[in-house]
Design a protein around this ligand. Structure first.
Ligand SMILES: NC(=O)c1ccc[n+]([C@@H]2O[C@H](COP(=O)([O-])OP(=O)(O)OC[C@H]3O[C@@H](n4cnc5c(N)ncnc54)[C@H](OP(=O)(O)O)[C@@H]3O)[C@@H](O)[C@H]2O)c1
Length: 314
C-alpha cells in the first residue's frame, strides 16, 4: 500500500478493479511501472516518455480505461475537471480556443495520462466537426465521456436594454455549440452502444433571476436538451445527465462583465462560493458510478446560496 501511495494511485480503485476481475497482477505491475515512469518524468527524458506512452496505450486498451472529451477545458470548471480526470486515469481530449493554454495543459497532464488537444470555437460547426473527426488514433478516437462545459454569461441587463451581440453569444455558445459538439460525437457512441454525456447546466437553467433573461434562457435550453438527449439515446445504452452549479468562483463573472475585474470580484465577496474543484468532484462522482447508474440531474450550490436570488453574505 505504501508503494501505491508513493505513485499516487488510489488503493481503492486498484482494489476494486482487481476484485471486479478487470485487473490481474501483471496489469497492476504494468500500471505501477507506468506511473513510476511518468510521475518523475522531466521533459528531457524523452526515452522514458516513449516507453510511458507505449505502456499507457497497452493499459487503455487492455483495461478498458476511458477517454473523456471536455469542452472549455482551459479555465474554471473545465480546467479543474481535466486535472481531476487526469488524476483518476482518464485519457483526455481537451478543447478550447486558447492554443497556448491548451499546449501547456497537454505538457502538464500528459505526464499522467494520454492527452490530445483540439483548438476550436464551439460556434464554428464546420471546425467542430473537422477537429473532432481528426481524432484517428486510439485512445482519442473512442470518446467514452463527453463533458459539454464550454459556455459563459455575457452581460447582466434588463431585457429592454440587452445587447444583441450578447444574446447571440449566449445562444450560439451555450446552446448551439453544445449541440454541434454532441452531434459529432453521439453517432460513434450510438454505434458502440456505449457512452456518457454530461452537460454543464446551471441553477440559471432551473429558475430565472432578474436581468438573467437570455443566459437563463440558454441554460433552460440546456436543461431541456439534456432531457431530450436522455430520452432519445435511451435505446443505445448512453447515459445522459446534467450538473447544475450555482455560484462558482471562476472567470465567469469577468466574462459576464466584459473584463471589469472589480465588478466581477464583488460577485464572490462576503461568502464562500463554490470553487471549480467542487464541481469537478461532482463530475468525477458522476463518471465513476457503475454502468447501471446514471446521475440524471444534479444541482450543487455553496452553503451560503439558497436559490438564484437568496445569498447569505457577511
Ligand atoms: N461560474 C459559475 O458561477 C457557473 C455557474 C453555473 C454554471 N456555469 C457554467 O459552467 C461552464 C463553465 O464556466 P466557468 O464558470 O468555468 O467559466 P470560465 O472560467 O469562464 O470558463 C469557460 C470556458 O468555456 C470556454 N469557452 C467560452 N466560449 C467558448 C467558445 N465560443 N468556444 C469554445 N470554448 C469557449 C472558455 O474558453 P476561452 O478561455 O477560450 O474563452 C473556458 O475554457 C459554463 O457552461 C457556465 O455557464 C458556471
Amino acid at each position: 500500500m505504501n508503494c501505491l501511495k508513493a505513485v499516487k494511485i488510489s488503493p481503492t480503485s486498484v482494489t476494486t478493479k482487481f476484485k471486479e476481475g478487470l485487473w490481474d497482477k501483471p496489469h497492476i505491475s504494468m500500471f505501477l511501472c507506468y506511473r513510476l515512469l511518468t510521475l518523475p518524468l522531466s521533459r528531457k527524458r524523452d526515452q522514458n516518455k516513449h516507453l510511458a506512452s507505449a505502456f499507457s496505450l497497452l493499459l487503455y486498451k487492455d483495461l478498458d480505461m476511458k477517454t473523456a472529451l471536455i469542452t472549455g477545458a482551459t479555465s474554471g470548471i473545465g480546467l479543474a475537471t481535466a486535472q481531476t480526470l487526469a488524476d483518476n486515469n482518464y485519457a483526455l481530449v481537451l478543447c478550447g480556443r486558447n492554443k497556448e493554454r491548451l499546449t501547456q495543459l497537454k505538457e502538464e497532464l500528459s505526464q499522467l495520462v494520454p492527452v490530445e488537444t483540439l483548438c476550436f470555437d464551439v460556434r464554428d460547426k464546420e471546425k467542430v466537426e473537422e477537429q473532432i473527426n481528426s481524432l484517428k488514433e486510439f485512445p482519442f478516437n473512442e470518446i467514452n465521456i463527453l463533458i459539454n462545459n464550454a459556455g459563459n454569461a455575457h452581460g447582466l441587463d434588463p431585457i429592454d436594454k440587452g445587447s444583441l451581440e450578447d444574446w447571440d453569444a449566449m445562444m450560439d455558445i451555450n446552446v448551439k455549440g453544445l449541440l454541434y459538439v454532441s452531434h459529432t460525437i453521439i453517432p460513434k457512441m450510438r454505434e458502440r452502444k456505449n457512452g456518457h454525456i454530461i452537460n454543464i447546466g446551471s441553477t440559471a437553467g432551473k429558475e430565472v433571476y432578474p436581468n438573467g433573461n437570455v443566459y437563463c434562457g440558454s441554460k433552460h435550453a440546456v436543461d431541456a436538451i439534456t432531457t431530450g438527449m436522455r430520452l432519445d439515446l435511451n435505446p443505445y445504452n448512453i447515459r445522459v445527465g446534467a450538473v447544475n452549479p450555482g455560484l462558482v468562483e471562476t472567470n465567469f463573472s469577468q466574462v459576464r462583465f466584459k473584463g471589469d475585474k472589480e465588478r466581477a470580484d464583488k460577485v464572490y465577496q462576503g461568502y464562500m462560493a463554490l470553487q471549480p474543484q467542487d464541481v469537478a468532484d461532482v463530475i468525477l462522482f458522476a463518471v465513476t458510478r457503475p454502468p447501471h447508474v446514471n446521475i440524471a440531474d444534479l444541482t450543487v450550490m455553496c452553503t451560503a446560496q439558497a436559490s438564484s436570488t437568496v445569498l447569505k453574505k457577511n
